[in-house]
Design a protein. Structure first.
Length: 102
């Protein structure tokens, strides 16, 4: 446990910030899940609408430093490709790994 006054204050700040970051990450995960649910249901309009919300949430978290800006970009890219594949007709298949024998 911290002993000095400044260390005690820093500890309080860390606890508060950690809780705020955990809540923000939870909101991001929920918005991603909502987009994927809409994609799996085949509702492209709903998926587009939820994609905008998820992108906004990811960008806001990246701007505040909760997540890295590259992670926010990766989230938006992956979700938009899923939604775009849905509107094109067929959902994109999962990427397969090449296996090497020997």
């Amino acid at each position: 446990m911290p002993h000095s006054a400044s260390a005690k204050k820093r500890h309080r700040q860390n606890l508060r910030d950690r809780e705020r970051n955990r809540q923000a990450k939870s909101v991001i995960k929920n918005s991603i899940r909502k987009v994927l649910d809409a994609v799996s249901a085949g509702d492209s309009d709903l998926a587009q609408e939820r994609l905008r919300g998820a992108a906004k949430t990811a960008d806001r978290a990246a701007a505040k430093g909760t997540i890295h800006r590259n992670r926010a970009a990766r989230i938006k890219s992956r979700l938009s490709s899923r939604v775009k594949g849905l509107s094109a007709g067929a959902a994109p298949a999962a990427k397969s790994r090449k296996t090497t024998s020997g």
